[in-house]
Write a protein that binds this ligand. Structure first.
Ligand code: WT7
Length: 640
């Protein structure tokens, strides 16, 4: 891959200035950039002061042993205290922390006072099970309030949690339990998925290792479970505990959680995040990027707690800011395809944070569905997880945000812990498809193979050039791999595989992984750009592009598209549309219309499988897919 690789520019000229009202009262204004540029560490020190510390730090950053950072050296604080107790002490006990909506329609409203009681009881329960500071706890739960309570209880007692997405298999769970040597697993009998109870406990039973002393089980569905000697019901143990528990202050660098990255190859990497720096940045970015007005906003992050977005922007960020959140257990199409918009209307949601994969699904389902609901409460819309193509951005803005609400496209990673590159809704003139600029206090650049910054108008490798508070501290148990994976390509630069381009104004456009770049007749073309061009056609809801080996051109572009609207799609018209948008070189050789695309559980397209199809090979391992039946419907549609 060369630097020319990522230099093709999409011609996107639409601009959306911040709403005047929002800009006038924005939490963070333009001056923050200058303040941070002048004194980056001083900037973060001031943001850390938004939290309540039991003991002040003596040094903002110790970077004497890169890439192993220590932030807020010597400081002590408790994350659970910061997310719960201090709000109750400040008189906000009656404020709603979570409006929880179960998939079948059961609901719970949990105030900060309720949450404090629950977290304290759960912390006492952990102590009774012999779990304390320095132990690891695996959490394998559906999207129920106990998931947040369990995370906070661990944080409270200094146990390090490892949340494993409830859709993962027994093998995946076992590998994570083993790697972290978890002492306790917290799970449920099951959860609801597409209207039916789906069991979790049997998976845990299959995944247990010798280090696990107890399994704490929440009763959610009431389905039958097998019971073993290590098993304890949550309602038996937690409910009888005292609601009094003193949160112990922990060192700023105490391990808060491990989260395994969802890589498709190799042993999963246990990304380690610690206490003070992580909470500082998760909290501040949540307040800054969503312009959070905690006393009036209703915030909804649709991510599962099993992903880092769920950690930073469903639990730690919003709770540290005393926000009121919606938490939803189920899928967007149960019991009907308007479920999300019904919830926005019901709770008057004002800030929504979701992923492009969801947005494109809603586009496919049609404009009529969201139009049935009153969504005038929405004022800021967020996107995360993959590049948001311009058409999806504009659809989100218009059809969900009523043309009023700005879209903030937030780039970050499990490894960065919190948002890094994003517009600020009260400052930035939005460009559909662009993540724009590094946030104040964050230093990023786009470089060529020799680590030279590329000129405006060119593409290259996205690197982070200075340490940041919520950065991963290491890979659990494997510091060498941490150095090798992220810090070894260029001296002193963090690189995790993403490509980006700088436009003529120097604003950043994320292009996904650099491995997703095709070499066609000697030209480098990014899959993201071809996909965006395709989705720019009114008949395309979603597109996935791969380079398939071709005897003539090296790689030939093969595109898989999902149709939007009724009737047959004219494939020749789509090819011509891409040629007109990006140039003839980017014209796909083949376009295949399919009903669905193979995706991982976090919504990322598995290109390897599409490549197998495009190259006429037997389809390889499909076990990482969120829904394995997708392959059958694709094969059927293509007559394979
Ligand atoms: C990778 C990280 C960050 C939480 C969810 C994913 C891609 C993420 C964007 C964005 C373009 C994005 C990158 C990144 N990505 N956000 N706004 N625009 N790409 O966390 O599973 O650790 O994945 O997701 O490729 O490296 P993750």
């Amino acid at each position: 891959m060369t630097q020319e690789a990522l230099s093709n520019l999409l011609r996107e000229h639409r601009r959306f200035p911040p709403p005047a009202e929002l800009a006038a009262h924005a939490n963070v204004g333009e001056s923050a950039y200058a303040e941070a540029a002048e004194d980056r560490l001083g900037f973060w020190a001031t943001r850390a002061e938004r939290l309540t510390w039991a003991k002040p730090w003596t040094q903002v950053l110790d970077w004497s042993n890169p890439p192993f950072a220590k932030w807020f050296v010597g400081g002590e604080l408790n994350v659970a205290y910061n997310c719960v107790d201090r709000h109750v002490e400040a008189g906000l006990g009656d404020r709603v922390a979570f409006y929880w909506e179960g998939e079948p329609g059961d609901t719970r409203t949990i105030t900060y006072a309720d949450l404090k009681d629950e977290v304290c009881k759960a912390a006492n329960a952990l102590a009774e099970l012999g779990v304390g500071k320095g132990d690891r706890v695996a959490i394998y739960l559906p999207m129920i309030p106990e998931a947040a309570v369990a995370m906070l209880a661990c944080a409270r007692v200094g146990a390090t949690h490892s949340v494993v997405f409830g859709g993962f298999s027994a093998d995946a769970l076992r590998a994570r339990i083993e790697d972290a040597q978890a002492k306790l697993v917290i799970t449920a009998d099951g959860g609801y998925r597409r209207g039916v109870p789906s069991a979790l406990k049997p998976t845990v039973d299959k995944a247990l290792t010798d280090t696990v002393e107890h399994v704490l089980v929440v009763r959610r569905t009431g389905q039958d479970v097998e019971w073993g000697g290590r098993d304890v019901w949550w309602h038996d143990l937690v409910d009888r505990q005292s609601a009094e528990h003193v949160a112990r202050p922990l060192d700023a660098e105490h391990p808060l959680f491990i989260l395994y990255t969802s890589g498709t190859t190799g042993k999963p990497k246990g990304i380690l995040h610690t206490t003070g720096g992580y909470l500082t940045q998760a909290s501040f970015t949540h307040w800054e990027v969503f312009d959070l007005k905690a006393d009036t906003d209703v915030y909804w992050c649709t991510a599962d707690i099993g992903w880092v977005t769920g950690h930073s922007y469903l639990v730690y960020g919003p709770l540290s800011n005393a926000a009121t959140s919606v938490m939803y257990e189920g899928t967007p199409d149960t019991p009907h395809r308007g479920r999300w918009w019904e919830l926005v209307e019901k709770y008057r949601v004002s800030v929504l944070y979701t992923a492009p994969t969801a947005i494109r699904t809603f586009m496919k389902w049609g404009d009529a569905i969201p139009a049935e609901f009153d969504m005038t409460s929405l004022r800021v819309l967020g996107s995360v997880g993959e590049p948001i193509n311009p058409e999806a951005y504009v659809w989100y803005r218009e059809r969900i945000g009523g043309g009023r609400a700005p879209v903030v496209d937030t780039w970050w990673q499990t490894e960065t812990g919190a948002m890094m590159i994003s517009p600020l809704p009260g400052v930035t003139e939005g460009k559909p498809g662009a993540a724009m600029r590094p946030l104040p206090g964050v230093s990023a650049d786009v470089v060529d193979e020799e680590a030279n910054p590329v000129a405006d108008g060119s593409g290259g490798f996205l690197v982070l050039t200075e340490p940041w508070p919520s950065m991963a501290r290491t890979i659990w148990g494997d510091p060498d791999r941490f150095v090798k994976t992220y810090w070894s390509r260029w001296d002193g630069l963090y690189f995790a595989g993403d490509g980006a381009k700088k436009d003529e104004d120097g604003d950043l456009w994320m292009l996904g992984r650099v491995d997703d770049v095709m070499l066609v007749s000697g030209h480098n073309i990014s899959t993201t750009e071809v996909e965006s061009a395709l989705v720019g056609h009114p008949r395309v809801a979603e597109a996935a592009v791969v380079g398939a080996t071709d005897p003539v051109t090296g790689q030939a572009i093969a595109a898989f598209v999902i149709a939007r609207g009724e009737g047959d799609v004219d494939v020749e018209e789509l090819r011509a549309h891409v040629a007109a948008t990006l140039g003839p070189i980017a014209k796909p050789k083949r376009i295949l219309v399919v009903p669905e695309l193979p995706k991982t559980r976090s919504g990322k397209i598995v290109r390897r499988i599409l490549q197998d199809i495009a190259e006429g090979r037997e389809i390889g391992d499909a076990t990482t897919l969120a829904d394995t039946t997708v392959m059958d419907s694709i094969k059927k549609a293509l007559g394979l």
